[in-house]
Design a protein around this ligand. Structure first.
Ligand code: URA
Length: 423
């Protein structure tokens, strides 16, 4: 690199624009360890505050995607498709959609992430299944894709390692909700996966990184634009995250609910979100038939997990106690605030504030009532599954999140908008 890292940092600190080579040099230095954690964190903070334009975002995406191996599925029949969410509370759609798509004849090479802030991560959920490995190497992933039709793995040193490093640092430094950084993070993984089609679930609302519709649209457009320039067919749905998706929030609890959905017994909003993203007229009947559950079991086994454990997961286990939160008056649930419930699960240990923190697989919150439901005084609104950590904080968060009022709230559509290639 001709420019030293400190000079590169000063350039963005002072509001400058990066050339593509400067961004590539920074990403290389992050991956090969020449950039210290402090320098990488400062770079993220300056990019967060000063912003990156479309050209810089595209360069960052390319540099991160090519920081490891670009997977290729030559010799296998496609289409190769994937879905990614910008992050929410109770969002277990990937666990349902990957096997569902595989059942519909698509191949789904899914590279997912861990929880960020108060939001859950697909990998943390899958690791609640005893034995499930998210760090498989490309040769084994290819065999799973060939035999099963879908895998859900993490970023390893082989695939988009720059994102693995920067993603964890963003989580520690308050630099997550940035449109260019989210765009590059998501698309770098997806470009490295060797897919042709991507459906994006951009979450909007209190539990999302984009709290309002304008910001969510801006993020969706950024990802669609940068993805299209990289020759990926991208469609984005903007979906509601003002309340959690489904009833379960917390790793094993969410796997349990995903299993219910795969058996045709999932909660309505989880099923509706999955089908909207699936974009296939046959998906509803297939999901209701329970056929995709067997595909999920095979994927779990191929990743080293124990499929027999799936029917036990999320049931109260040793060391876990359950506390009920009850309504103190009758009426309708006006709010079931996703951020509050996400914070409760986080306090209980379902999420992490440092990359090296372990998450607790069994803690979380199960919502017995959702927005708009009628409620009688004394009825259970939610059950808090805890392991003795920060119970008071979690209970306070859940109580504040569940607001009972006299009248039912107005309806909020699950799919708020669609952004496709025609922008
Ligand atoms: N999902 C990702 O992969 N990256 C982000 O930055 C946010 C959500």
């Amino acid at each position: 690199m001709t420019t030293s890292l400190p000079v590169l940092l000063e350039h963005k600190r002072d509001g400058g624009r990066y050339a593509a080579e400067e961004i590539e040099a920074f990403v290389r230095a992050v991956v090969d360890g020449r950039a210290s954690r402090a320098q990488a964190a400062a770079w993220l903070a300056f990019a967060y505050v000063r912003g990156l334009d479309d050209g810089e975002t595209a360069a960052l995406t390319r540099a991160m995607a090519t920081s490891g191996r670009m997977l290729s599925w030559e010799g296998l029949d496609g289409p190769f498709v994937d879905k990614h969410s910008t992050g929410g509370v109770g969002d277990k759609v990937s666990l349902v959609l990957a096997p569902l798509w595989a059942e519909l004849g698509r191949r789904v090479p899914m590279v997912s992430g861990r929880g960020l802030g108060h939001t859950g991560g697909t990998l943390d959920k899958l690791e609640a299944i005893p034995g499930y490995r998210c760090d498989l190497e490309p040769g084994r992933l290819r065999r799973i894709l060939e035999d099963v039709g879908c895998f859900v793995n993490g970023q390893t040193d082989a695939v988009a390692p720059a994102d693995r490093i920067l993603y964890a640092l963003r989580n520690e430094t308050g630099t997550v909700p940035s449109i260019p950084l989210i765009t590059a993070s998501i698309l770098s993984k997806k470009l490295a996966e060797g897919i042709s089609d991507l459906v994006l679930d951009v979450k909007v609302g209190s539990g999302a990184f984009m709290p309002d519709l304008d910001a969510a649209r801006a993020l969706a457009r950024s990802i669609v634009r940068v993805g299209r320039d990289a020759k990926l067919r991208v469609r984005a749905l903007i979906t509601d995250m003002d309340q959690p998706l489904g009833q379960a929030v917390g790793n094993a609890l969410e796997v349990r609910e995903a299993v219910d959905a795969l058996k045709g017994e999932g909660p309505d909003d989880l099923v509706a979100c999955t089908l909207a993203l699936a974009g296939d007229d046959r998906a509803g009947a297939l999901l209701a038939s329970g056929a995709a559950f067997e595909r999920f079991r095979r994927m779990v086994a191929a990743h080293g997990g124990d499929p027999e454990s799936l029917d036990r997961l999320g049931r109260t286990t040793d060391g876990i106690a359950v506390v009920e939160v009850r309504a103190d008056r009758s009426g309708f649930l006006q709010r079931c605030d996703a951020l509050g419930v996400g914070r409760a699960a986080f306090a209980l240990g379902a999420g992490r504030s440092r990359a090296s923190d372990a998450v607790h697989p069994d803690v979380g919150v199960v919502l017995e009532r959702k927005r708009g439901d009628p409620v009688a005084a004394g009825e259970v609104l939610a059950r808090v599954h805890h392991a003795g950590r920060e119970l008071d904080t979690a209970l306070a968060c859940v109580r504040a999140a569940c607001v009972v009022g006299d009248a039912p709230p107005g309806p909020v559509p699950l799919v708020r908008d669609v952004v496709d290639l025609a922008i």
